[in-house]
Design a protein. Structure first.
Length: 170
């Protein structure tokens, strides 16, 4: 976290930027992270994400995919409202208000990286070899991140900022 102490757990949350990007979250300030329809990701939302946990906002299904910024878990998980809305693409006719199947969580904007840290760069760093997103076939939209991996991603984002803004003497 910029200028702060990192506590709690760390995550990586994926979104396609054509659906919702780090720029959208920066503009909105906060949003419900909803529409997750994978049981393993659902369980992470429902059972493990906690208020003030930090997450890497990761742009997926784009070229290049990569870490785009940071967000914070802003509220406790709640049943995902879209599962009850018959007009929503995320409607689930088996879900009831008494027995919801899907959960969402409110997230808040923390930081937009000056430039994306591409997956290819993440994979080049041996200290990130155990990070789930760098593993072949790791498609889960919400992933736990080790504190050491989180720090390396932040260091890479800062290094890319300094490399991008460094002036070349004439």
């Amino acid at each position: 976290m910029p200028g702060g102490v990192m506590t709690g757990r760390f995550w990586l949350l994926k979104s396609e930027p054509s659906t919702y990007s780090i720029a959208d979250l920066e503009r909105d300030g906060h949003t419900a992270w909803d529409g997750v329809r994978n049981y393993r990701a659902r369980n992470l939302i429902r059972d493990q994400l906690a208020v003030d946990d930090l997450a890497i906002f990761y742009h997926s299904s784009v070229e290049p995919p990569g870490a785009a910024g940071l967000l914070r878990i802003a509220a406790r998980p709640v049943p995902d409202r879209s599962q009850f809305d018959a007009r929503s693409p995320f409607f689930d006719p088996r879900a009831t208000r008494d027995a919801p199947r899907w959960w969402s969580v409110e997230v808040a904007f923390v930081e937009r990286f000056a430039t994306i840290v591409p997956l290819g760069i993440l994979k080049e760093h041996p200290e990130l070899s155990g990070m789930m997103v760098t593993q072949r076939g790791a498609r889960l939209s919400i992933q736990p991140v080790e504190p050491s991996h989180f720090r390396v991603v932040l260091r890479l984002a800062r290094a890319r900022l300094h490399a991008r803004t460094r002036r070349i003497p004439v």
